[in-house]
Ligand binder design. Structure first.
Ligand code: NDP
Ligand code: X2W
Length: 335
């Protein structure tokens, strides 16, 4: 039995981790912590958990953390690394924040001064479909960003044949912003509306570029939008092809690429958010714009699950030699 802790349990991804791990056959949730609500049952913060998880929230305590097998950090970026710097050599960690995803230079350009830059190189970027072997031995997992997960998974199978710059048009539900109290996220600002934000200056642009550039030089233009829904991400990717490719060949190429991956569903029809929400799936398909030799790839995930918490559990399973799908046999919420 793995003894597990969750820090940042009062946030959205923390809640998802609790829901997943409560039913994980190889896990005991020994410790849940957050900055506030200490001593309160988790079900006080999330009444949806009444009589499901009334466990009390504890203060963040380094000694308690060190006694566990693995800890999930569901904290804001900047806060997470403060803790990682102190406890990294005692315990295996899965960090949902951005603190260990980027090189030091990129991190400091897009975020802030890094407190323990030497640790960045020891961290493994936790995208199982890309880095499974490295994840097995990792002590510190940098769980990928939600937009980055959907975008990288959609581009990877075609990376060897696309040429030139890639455009990613991305849309996310509001839970991607966490449980933050922000004026621009008020119901009346978001409902019945649709807007772009952080155009060509979003922090997932360097994340996606860094990961893909390790395989092939590539330029990315990334434009996120806020959908008036709770959860889910859909990315539409425009990539140029050097010549006309046969559609059947491209479909087989995509299928073959993910043939052994339990959580990528390659579809003939176009994917939609409601078919993925509530699961660890990434649904994906493509269309060929023959007039312009352009490949248009569409990928969909649940930002809180494959984009964060269930991907973190998938990483834990791989790290501890469990079946990759353990505890992740989730059914979509549709309708
Ligand atoms: N939401 C999403 O779709 C995704 C989120 N992520 C990343 O996962 C991490 C968690 O995100 P999410 O759950 O959405 O965020 P939330 O804002 O919903 O929750 C944040 C959690 O961090 C705690 N916290 C905030 N500030 C501090 C602090 N200074 N010291 C200690 N604890 C603090 C909060 O505790 P308290 O309530 O007690 O203040 C809360 O438990 C973030 O790094 C986010 O970027 C990654 C992928 C997708
Ligand atoms: C809708 C929304 O606001 N989404 C978030 C995505 C955050 C995310 O995935 O997390 P990291 O900060 O861990 O990279 C954003 O655009 O910042």
């Amino acid at each position: 039995m793995l003894h597990v802790g969750i820090v940042g349990v009062s946030g959205f991804t923390g809640l998802e981790l609790v829901k997943l791990l409560l039913h994980h056959p190889a896990v005991s949730i020994d410790y849940i912590a957050s900055r506030s609500h200490i001593g309160e049952p988790l079900s006080n913060i999330f009444p949806s958990l009444n009589s499901i998880c009334d466990k009390k929230i504890e203060a963040i305590n380094e000694d308690r953390l060190k006694s566990l097998d693995v800890v999930f950090l569901a904290l804001p970026h900047g806060v997470s690394m403060e803790l990682v710097c102190k406890i990294h050599n005692k315990i295996r960690l899965i960090d949902l924040s951005a603190d260990f995803r980027l090189s030091k230079d990129l991190y400091e350009k897009w975020y802030k001064t890094h407190l323990c830059p030497d640790l960045i190189e020891t961290a493994v970027y936790g995208l199982p479909e890309l880095n499974k072997d490295k994840i097995k031995d990792a002590k510190l997992i940098a769980n990928p960003g939600c937009y980055a997960t959907a975008s990288i998974l959609a581009i990877l199978p075609f990376l060897d044949i696309i040429e030139g710059d890639v455009i990613i048009d991305a849309k996310s539900g509001v839970s991607g912003a966490g449980k933050s109290l922000r004026e621009d996220l008020l119901f009346s600002e978001v409902a019945s509306s649709f807007r772009a934000y952080s155009v060509a200056k979003h922090r997932h642009q360097p994340e996606i570029k860094q990961v893909l550039s390790e395989m092939k030089p590539i330029n990315i233009t990334f434009v996120p939008h806020l959908l008036p829904i709770n959860r889910g991400i859909l990315v539409t990717i425009y990539a140029n092809l050097p010549t006309i490719f046969d559609e059947v060949f491209l479909f087989e190429k995509l299928k073959r690429f993910y043939i052994n991956e339990p959580f990528v569903r390659v579809l003939k029809n176009l994917p939609q958010i409601s078919n993925c929400v509530g699961t660890n799936f990434c649904d994906m398909s493509f269309a060929l714009d023959k007039d312009n030799n352009r490949l248009i790839i569409i990928g969909v995930i649940d930002n809180l699950l494959k984009g964060a918490s269930s991907q973190a559990v998938q990483n834990m399973n791989i790290m501890f030699g469990l079946k990759e799908e353990e505890g992740l046999n989730l059914k979509p919420y549709y309708p």
